[in-house]
Design a binder for this molecule. Sequence first.
Ligand code: FE2
Length: 259
Amino acid sequence: MQIDQLRRIRVWVEAYARASAVDGVLPAAVALKLDHTRRVAENARDIARDLDWSPDDVRLAEALGWLHDAGRFAQFGEFGHFHDASSFNHGHRGADLVRESGVLDSLDEDSRGCLLDGIRHHNAKTLPEELPPGRRAFLELIRDADKLDIFRVVAEGLERNGFRELAGMWPHINLDGPVNPRLLEDLRARDKGDVSHVKSLADFLLLEASWLYDLHFAPARARARRARVLDALAAHLPSDPDVRAVLDDTRRFLESAPC
Ligand SMILES: [Fe+2]
């Protein structure tokens, strides 16, 4: 990907997000999502550089960061929240709307397919089995870059007010509800949790912890360690022995995994 193609994609995403402004002011949730988008693009670029990808591929990785959540802006515009289960799959919708926008028309077919597959599957619970070989690494990269910034958003929210704003993003959440034992089972199996099991803030934080098992690249794990993600989550989770046991095991995993 060329520099001017990357620039065109960035400008398109910013304009697409800004279309939700009311009297020139972006709704706070959309402003946060645009900020998340910018940081995911930076993460994707920086991890790709750490992995010694070619300059073309580093730009393609950054472009995928810019585009990955395009569906979120449409979702907020139509539903006023970011909950896929009660609206639509924002990865699928994002891929469709980006393709239809024409913003990728100047790219070769491989790059276009790589971006569209990356957008479509960035939020899937499991990766699709059938993907052209060159595209899988970009999909894994965007999933890592995305998770790293969600860790940051959650840690900042916890620090600020216990992340009470989660209730505005996912209206079905009972912030003070109990831990769902099914998430503890996922963590005991060192597996990522199922978003459909998240009913409370504690569940959401356990889901986040489980994502540490789902980082693909060593530079992403190194960033999660440096950011002390697990400490931030643990400080706001109940102190019962079952929860502490799965968090201790997650810490052992992160400290022993290659970084
Ligand atoms: Fe997303």
